[in-house]
Structure formats: C-alpha cells, structure tokens
Design a protein around this ligand. Structure first.
Ligand code: HEC
Ligand code: HEC
Length: 486
C-alpha cells in the first residue's frame, strides 16, 4: 500500500505547478490542492466553479496556443506525422492507408533491427525505448475531456447546427492519419446492402453520409425494425456531457445541447475522437483513449480497455451516468445527466449496436483464414508468421482475431516510470488491456487503446520489440500484408 501512494503523490506534485497556471476549474484545482502537503488527495473534481465562465474562457483561450505548441512539439519529437499514403492499400471505401513506421528511432540507435537485438534491461537502463511507443498524452492531459477531429465538427455543424468546437483546445493528429470519414456501415442483418467492386466498398447503407438526427430516419426506415430504429435515434440524440452542456461549467462558447454516441463512434465505427479514461486516479496516470470501433461488438465479451464491462448494454447505460469517461456521477448530475431506461432505451440502443458488422474481408474464408486462391504470396507468408513465429494468434486467434481477454503486455520492462516531458501525463505501467479484434483493423488507425501507434507498420515494429520476436525486415512486410487482408 505504501509504495503506490508515494508514486501517485510525486506525479501529482510534478504536474500541479504547471497545471495551476493555465487551467480552469475541474482537475487543475484538484491537482493544486493535492500539492499542499497537509491536504489529503481527493478522487473528486470540484463541484462549485469559483470563476465566471467569461473569465475562464478568456484565460483558457489565451493559454491555448502555448498548450497546442507544447503538444505539437511532443508529437514531432515522437513521430513522423507527414503524409505518406500507401500505393496499394486503402481502407474499406478507398482512403489510402498511411505507411512506414512513424515512431522515431531513439538517438544513437542505427536501425529497428539494432534496437530489437538489445534486451529489455539494456533498453530500459539506457533510456532507448522509442518515445512513440510510450503512452500518448491527451492534447492537454491535465484538462482532458472529449475532443473531436475538425472534419467531424464541420459536418455536424452543417447538418445539425450543433457546434462541437472547444474554446480551449483543438484535436491534435492530422486528418491523413485518421479513419475514413464518414465510414461505411455494414449490417449483419442486411449484407446485401453492401456493394463491392475490386475489393473495395462502393456502396453501403449509409450512402456515404454521416448518420445524424437529421437523416437517420430517411436512411434506415424500412431497413431496421422499429425497436432498432428507436435505438439508433437515441444513439444520434445529443445529451449533456462534461465539456458540452448548458451550465457554465463547459468548454463551448455557447451553451451546448450536448454530444451524441455517434460523435465518437461515427456511423457505428470511429473517427478517432479522443478522451481520458475514467477508471484511474490521479489525473497524470489516466490513459488517453482512442475511440474503438463498434463494428463487431456482437462477438465481443469485454467492453472498455480496462473496465471489462460484460455487456454492450452496460456500457451504453453507464457512460452518461458517470460523466463520460470521468467516472464521476457527481459531476454528471450537476450537468444534466440523462438516465436511460433499461428495458426500452438501453436494450434498443444495444440491439442496434449488435447489428454493426466488421467490414468485408474478401480474401478470408469462413474460418477467417486466407483463401490461397485469392491471397498473395506475401499475405500467405504473413499468415504463417502470425500463427507461428510471431505468436500473434496466441492472443488474436481466428476468425475475429481476438481472444476476448485482457493481457498485460508489460511494456514497462523497457522504460523507467516517469512524467512524459512536460505533458502532465505519467508513463507508469498500463496494466492489463483488452485484446482488440484485428478483423477490419486497417479501417481504424491510430492503434492501441490510446492511439500511440499511428500505422500498422508501427504496430508490427512495436510487437516485434516488446515480444522479442526478432523478425527480419522481409517478415515484417509480410506480416503487415496479412494485417491488411483481415
Ligand atoms: C467522447 C467520445 C465517445 C462518446 C460520445 C461515446 N463513446 Fe463509446 N467509447 C469511447 C471510448 C474512448 C471508448 C473506450 C473506453 C475505454 O477504453 O474504457 C468507448 C467504448 C465504448 C464501448 C465498448 C467498446 C469496446 O470495444 O470495448 C461501447 C459499447 C460504447 N463505447 C458505446 C457507446 C454508446 C452507446 C455511447 C452513447 C451513449 C457512446 N459510446 C458514446 C468514446 C465515446
Ligand atoms: C500477449 C497477447 C498479445 C500478443 C502475443 C499480440 N497481441 Fe496484439 N494486442 C494485444 C493487446 C492486449 C492489445 C491492446 C493493447 C493496447 O491497446 O494497449 C493488442 C493490440 C494490437 C493491435 C492494435 C489494435 C487496435 O485496434 O488498436 C494490433 C494491430 C495488434 N495487436 C497486432 C498484433 C500482432 C501483429 C501481433 C504479433 C506480432 C500481436 N498483436 C501479438 C495482445 C497481444
């Protein structure tokens, strides 16, 4: 009991000085309080805002350029963020995938092979774990909260007049590294509505549109039953949240009607909207979250990267009650919590989510393995590696490439715990994380629960290192070719 406590306290102290100078209410005040040695740390965010919204807004707007510059510097230190589209690999509807390993090699290391030849202890003691493989901080970690990519904000504003812009912070990753938008929808009940040509999706039930409260009925009436249609309506209906609500404790200029489930799980998939996980305290230890796709939740058994909720219905019901990922029912109540009724609302929403299928994978047979007549030599070699030498299938078995369990990858074997630069985020140990399914994975960059890996090339390099596989450059290429076929 004694040790973890001390570590928490140290991390809080480290972040408090910085946080207190630039942040509004919420966690900054909490952190400041914790820095006073005679006061006990608290799990709660302050309920009473002691500053007017106008003052908070002015202060946070003034602080925004500095915060964004700091975070961009961190990103550029870790990654190559440039646009390197793959020539022959696209997401389901044709957005080019990004290729190359984007995490930068640590200074003084000549190649990924040279790094992988070192032992975890050597890498740890010499500080040579690539920065891009460490947990990725939220764009403003001490503040946190929901954050949406610009193209999503623009489309929602156009369709609904609802503004998801935060006055204090913009989304951080460039568009070319994000999933295609709007993504297609595949219904388990109506596969006939998916039209394919040359291995690509050329038509789907969403008709290339972002599904919103404005068009859901027109798009889905006659395709869903009334129960599912009502579930979908609730998935695209705004409800108040932490940053988007009608009180003066918010991060939008105007009072906001709130956020819809599909603002992050756009068209039942993901737009890589980000947040901090609610499960962990104090603030520096919270993980950044990359929104997971809801495609294929029907075959999954655990929900949330660490929470391990046992049903889609539970996840649907409980998020709003606890201030969406802040794990805080007190704050949710303050801002206008929407209590969903289990029998007629939660289940309907759950039913719709359970219809969301993985994207078509034309080269896979009914066992989820490559059809040798359709697959390339490289893909077949990749499959062989995946199931044998690279040991991926231990945790990602066919046909959906998840074992529906959690695993502790123990990346902390490779680095010493500590604050990540001046981000306010702590690189501690991640603990056990859900095995995300790899079916359709090409459609959902960035990768891992926090989005720290930008391309599939990064994921192969990452697992090669942390599982100590010692794959050759050729083997890595084959493995990527296989992942693209899933
Ligand atoms: C701010 C963006 C955001 C909004 C809004 C949002 N989600 Fe999520 N959703 C996420 C993130 C991030 C996770 C991963 C949580 C974690 O790892 O603990 C998640 C996880 C889930 C999961 C579990 C998926 C899995 O693979 O484990 C379900 C189911 C889900 N959300 C449904 C919903 C529903 C229903 C709503 C509306 C009531 C909703 N979400 C609103 C971002 C969002
Ligand atoms: C010991 C179990 C284990 C093994 C072995 C393993 N993985 Fe994973 N994989 C996981 C877990 C757990 C996650 C989620 C980790 C996280 O989000 O922090 C994951 C995540 C991924 C992701 C990102 C998925 C997403 O949606 O973000 C990819 C891609 C992936 N693994 C590929 C591989 C490949 C390729 C191999 C073999 C070289 C492999 N994995 C071996 C457990 C494993």
């Amino acid at each position: 009991m004694e040790r973890p406590r001390r570590r928490h306290r140290l991390a809080t102290l480290a972040v408090a000085g910085f946080a207190a100078t630039i942040l509004g209410v919420s966690y900054a005040q909490e952190a400041k309080k914790k820095a006073e040695p005679e006061e006990r740390p608290s799990s709660y965010a302050p309920v009473v805002a002691t500053e007017s919204l106008a003052k908070t807004m002015a202060r946070m707007k003034a602080g925004k350029p500095e915060i964004e510059k700091r975070h961009q510097t961190l990103l550029l230190k870790r990654y190559d963020l440039a646009d390197h589209p793959a020539k022959n690999a696209t997401m389901s509807r044709g957005k080019p995938l990004q290729e190359r390993v984007r995490a930068k090699l640590p200074k003084g290391v000549k190649s990924w092979e040279a790094l992988a030849a070192m032992s975890p202890e050597e890498i740890r003691s010499q500080g040579l774990f690539p920065a891009g493989f460490l947990p990725l901080p939220h764009p403003n970690h001490p503040e946190g909260g929901m954050l949406f990519p610009k193209y999503h904000i623009d489309e929602v504003k156009k369709q609904e007049g609802r503004d998801l812009t935060r006055f204090d912070l913009d989304y951080d990753l460039p568009d070319h590294l994000l999933p295609e938008f709007p993504p297609p929808i595949f219904l388990t009940t109506r596969p006939d509505l998916t039209k394919m040509a040359d291995g690509k999706v050329v038509g789907d039930v969403s008709q290339g549109k972002l599904v919103t409260i404005d068009n859901y009925f027109e798009l889905f009436s006659g395709i869903l039953n009334p129960k599912q249609l009502e579930g979908l309506r609730l998935l695209v209906t705004p409800f108040p949240q932490q940053q988007f609500n009608q009180t003066d404790d918010r991060r939008t200029e105007r009072a906001s009607r709130g956020v819809v489930c599909f603002d992050c799980h756009v068209n039942g998939h993901t737009n890589a909207a980000t947040h901090l996980v609610g499960d962990i305290r104090p603030q520096p230890f919270r993980h950044r979250l990359d929104t997971p796709s809801l495609r294929g939740v029907n075959i999954q058994r655990l929900f949330g990267s660490q929470r391990a909720m046992k049903s889609v219905e539970d996840f649907t019901e409980f998020e709003q009650r606890a201030a969406y990922f802040d794990g805080d029912p007190v704050i949710a109540t303050k801002k206008g919590v929407n209590i969903l009724e289990r029998g007629s609302q939660v289940h309907f929403m759950g039913e719709f989510q359970a219809l969301l299928d993985f994207p078509p994978a034309p080269k896979l047979d009914v066992f989820g393995k490559l059809n040798p007549k359709l697959a390339s030599k490289s893909e077949l070699r990749g499959q062989e590696l995946f199931f044998n030498k690279a040991r991926c299938a231990t945790c990602h078995p066919a046909p959906y490439y998840t074992d529906n369990l959690m695993h502790n990858l123990r990346t902390e074997r490779f680095y010493k715990p500590g604050m990540i630069g001046d981000s306010g985020a702590m690189a501690a140990a991640d603990g056990p994380i859900k095995t995300f399914p790899l079916r359709g994975t090409k459609d959902s960059p960035p990768y891992l629960h926090d989005g720290r890996l930008l391309t599939l090339d990064d994921t192969v390099e990452f697992f090669n290192l942390i599982l100590e596989l010692k794959l050759t450059a050729e083997e890595k290429k084959d493995l990527i070719a296989f992942l693209l076929a899933l």
